[in-house]
Design a binder for this molecule. Sequence first.
Ligand code: GMT
Length: 371
Amino acid sequence: MNIAILSYHRIGGSGIVAYEIGRAMAEERGHNVHFIGLEPPFRLKDSYNEKIQFHKVWLKEYPVFDFQPYALALASQLADIIERFEIDVIHSHYALPHAVSALLAKDISGKDVKCVTTLHGTDITVVGAHPTMMNITKFAINRSDAVTAVSESLVQDSENKLGIEKGKIKCIHNFINTEFFNPGLKTNIGKEMNKKIIMHVSNLRPVKSPGDVIRIFHKMEQEMPDQFELWIVGEGPLQHEMISLTEDLNIRDKVRFIGICSSLGGLIASSDLMVLPSREESFGLVALEAMACGVPVLASRVGGLPEVIEDGVSGFLFEHGNVKEASTKGLRILKDKKYYDEVVKEGLKTANEKFSIKKIVAEYEELYLSC
Ligand code: GMT
């Protein structure tokens, strides 16, 4: 098959999932893959495969445009790619704008190309469900030949919030490439301080409730002083508020703001506990990355997280905003080595079996062929 993949390649989990599907379709299944976007997938920059090509979307500067019409430029250039490379399937990540651009490009080209759309979360829960975007999001979903969502929870949210007919959206869970996330990547970083490392990885947006990371750490620190350090990985709009909170709580010297890190697997594998207290999370790829690295996860019981973590078995869940419940569970696991090892073992099993890349990519391939 000739497959086109549309994604915001530079953005978080959805960009990684889109890239890994394409990479596996080319390297392991022998298909030709065309990534299309503003920037190449960042993992693509480090490798070469003759079955993979990247096509940059060019934007025309014009003073009348308040904003560059990316979705239209993409549709226009994609129509050429469909013709030139005889594309069979366009796989769009995010209903908006990618699925809409794909449908438009299909119409322009006049070809019988199949449009497969994967919903990642905020495209439905935040953007798509908003009155300004609801009609076009429903159009993108209803006109796609196949639609997937990354968790059962997101399937239900999409049906309920947008009134999509049951059965239209199928759940295909996210997955993990264990080459980049495994316990063998553990390093000695931070070991000289002889403290356990509690970690949070996100884009520090309000939906991630990053203030709760600081509050949970503060409570744990009060219970067991000088035993832990908190490492925050990533950048985002709430970083300054988080810094102020650490100052107000008098724990600034116990919290490191690492920023964006390209060798994330090594950093996560070197930590002792991953905290993810999000308000919304359609899947929570970082939870799976931690489990694959042999690090237990303490996450809020929202969205798709209960599909990734079995509370008390392969990780821990707490009610969103319940700092006390979270810190109690965090302390319990860090104090009990035997229990800790059992949870790590179950987490690794879940990552390697339920969410293996081989299993999930086969599901996508079957879907492409069935359209
Ligand atoms: O969470 C974000 O802010 C980024 C966004 C993305 O584009 O990667 O994440 C969404 O898609 C990920 C990949 O499918 C999921 O693992 C995240 O849970 C989802 N984020 C939300 O639902 C808030």
